[in-house]
Write a protein that binds this ligand. Structure first.
Ligand SMILES: [Zn+2]
Ligand SMILES: [Zn+2]
Length: 137
């Protein structure tokens, strides 16, 4: 089984966005990124995570894999800040804002944008592997 959720179910009438993922945690990440980029929700709270988990639906796994968007990640070299997005440009915009707010870099040059793009890594979610042995410690 795979998990699915539409933004409308989370209260955003008129938004056609939906996501499908094979893992619940990854789906929550997709929703968090979408909420931030499209609805300006900066803090994705524990309650919101709980709401997503309550409302998600199940779809057969076979149709899910193709729909998973590839996400990219940027980690700030100066602090623990990181940013996930589906396009390089979204990340560069966010890094420019972060650089200004957190590191007082007022002029975010084109070269800095290029540098950010060259430091992006493809984001892979932490996958939980079940313990195969029957240890009873
Ligand atoms: Zn939405
Ligand atoms: Zn930083």
């Amino acid at each position: 089984m795979a998990f699915t959720i539409s933004c409308r179910e989370l209260g955003h009438e008129g938004c056609n966005w939906h996501a499908v993922s094979n893992t619940e945690d990854r789906l929550v990440d997709f929703v968090a990124v979408h909420s931030r980029d499209h609805h300006g929700i900066r803090d994705f709270t524990q309650e919101m995570i709980a709401t997503v988990k309550n409302r998600l639906g199940n779809v057969p796994e076979t149709t899910a894999g193709e729909e998973e968007p590839v996400m990219k990640e940027y980690r700030c070299p100066k602090c623990s800040w990181r940013y996930l997005a589906q396009t390089d440009d979204l990340i560069v915009d966010a890094v420019a804002l972060h650089a200004r707010d957190a590191h007082e870099i007022k002029e975010f040059s084109r070269e800095m944008g290029q540098k950010v793009k060259s430091h992006l890594t493809e984001w892979t979610p932490v996958t939980k592997t079940a313990c195969g042995c029957h240890c009873s410690s």
